[in-house]
Every structure is written in C-alpha cells, then in structure tokens.
Design a protein around this ligand. Structure first.
Ligand code: ATP
Length: 233
C-alpha cells in the first residue's frame, strides 16, 4: 500500500438546485518521501483534492488513506488532530499573523504539536536566521513564503501540502522557493505535494499527477527528477 492512497474520491458542492462535482472519482497514490507535482487547468479540482487530503474539507464519497489510516472516516475531533500534527500547509498568500514576528509565527504553529522542531533552527534552514525578529510587513514576499515554509516544517509533518506556493512571486524568487521545497523533500524525507499551473515544472517531480474536470487523467513517475536550478521557463 502506498503512503497516500486517494481512491475514487468525489466531492459535490450543492447550491440550491445546482450541483458541482469538484472531484469526480479522482484516484492517485504517492509514496513516502516523494515530491508529487499536481498539474491541471483552473477548476480541475486540484485545491479541492489538497484540502481533502489536508483534512480541511471532507469528501462526498471515496477513501483517503494516509500512512494506512482512512482520514475520510475521521470525525471532527480526529480531523483537527490530524491537521494539527500531520499536515504542513503552504499557501499562495503566506497567511502569516501580521502582529507576530517571524520566529513567533513559527513558534505559534510548533506549540500545538507534540513532536515539533525548534523554530529558530527552522528559520536558519530556510535562510532567515538574521530576520527572525522582523514582522511580516518588514519582509519581502519571498521571505514571507520562507517563514511560512519554516512554520509548516516546524510541525515535523507527515505531509507538506503546497497550493501554488510561487503564484505571487517573481521568477527568481519563485525558483528559490521551489528549490527550498525540493531540498526539504530530499534532505528531510518529507512527502511534498505541490499544486502548480506551470507545466514546465513537471520534470522536478518524482511523480506527476494531472487533473482534468475532477478526475486524474495521467500519473507519470520520474526516476530521475531534474533539479529545479536546471529548469527554465
Ligand atoms: N465551496 C465551493 N462551493 C461551490 N463550488 C466550489 C467550491 N469550491 C470549489 N468549487 C468548484 O469546484 C471546482 C474545482 O475547484 P478547485 O478550486 O478545486 O479547482 P482548482 O483546480 O484548484 O482550480 P484553480 O487552479 O483555479 O485554483 C470549480 O468548478 C470550483 O468552482
């Protein structure tokens, strides 16, 4: 059994008479320690799949196994615990607490986890040791995203889920962030799932998962992923 098993998952949103199938029998798996890139056009169901995998949303039907446990069967309390301890999120717009410093933002996340890692060490890892006492407004977009990655990995999560993490960044800054995510996966053994619109990033993946109209239309495994530094777009 794979580390992540997303089996025949459906998510239907009903508003009045109309219903939208954001996911329509989507299936994929990811092995432990892999970097999986999720590609697909707008509205294909990528964010819905990631949110369900992260315990932020629940499926209408289907099975979602993470490390052998079916999280689709979790009750609300179990989902809170799962989100808190097992999942690190990185979003397009950082979502840092504005009136806390960089290190306080990382500590805040680490405090709620049992096996959390040292906040200062995580900021050093993402190259921000000398900016730890700055507030988010004093940091550039790329630096804020580094803090949000430090915050996510300080939880020592099973999965690092990244939804368009470079969507708000320029080319070079975005590339540095992708390098950091690739290094985190390689050096720390964290399983990383990364949503992007940029199909040029496909070669950086151990596994490429393509979504279309709520379904997974293609899964490709790559034995020799390309270092992000060698990818141009
Ligand atoms: N809460 C919701 N209520 C109703 N429809 C929703 C809701 N969330 C998502 N949808 C719909 O489900 C479909 C899939 O959305 P989703 O955000 O997962 O796509 P996506 O592939 O992540 O798109 P994008 O790349 O633009 O972020 C879309 O048609 C969207 O409008």
């Amino acid at each position: 059994m794979a580390y992540i098993e997303f089996n025949n998952v459906t998510k239907e949103y009903k508003t009045g008479e109309t219903s939208i199938k954001a996911l329509d029998g989507a299936s994929f798996s990811v092995e432990k320690g892999e970097l999986a890139v999720i590609l697909g056009s707008s509205g294909a169901g990528k964010t819905t799949a990631l949110n369900i995998l992260g315990g932020m949303d629940v499926p209408t039907a289907g099975e979602i196994k993470v490390d052998g446990r079916d999280i689709a069967k979790y009750n609300k309390k179990q989902l809170v615990g799962y989100r808190r301890t097992d999942i690190g999120f990185v979003f397009q717009f950082y979502n840092l607490v504005p009136n806390l410093t960089a290190i306080e933002n990382v500590e805040l996340a680490a405090q709620v986890c049992r096996n959390s890692l040292d906040a200062g060490e995580m900021l050093t890892k993402v190259g921000l040791a000398d900016r730890k006492n700055n507030f988010p407004a004093q940091l550039s977009g790329g630096e804020q995203q580094r803090v949000s990655i430090a915050r996510a990995i300080a939880k020592n999560p099973k999965l690092l889920l990244c939804d368009e993490p470079t969507g708000a960044l320029d080319y070079n800054t975005g590339k540095q962030i992708l390098q950091l995510l690739q290094d985190t996966c390689r050096n720390d053994g964290i399983t990383v799932l990364l949503i992007t619109h940029n199909s040029a990033l496909a070669p950086m993946a151990d596994r490429l998962i393509r979504f279309k109209s709520g379904k997974v239309t293609e899964i490709t495994c790559n034995a020799h992923p390309t270092p992000i530094a060698e990818i141009e777009w």
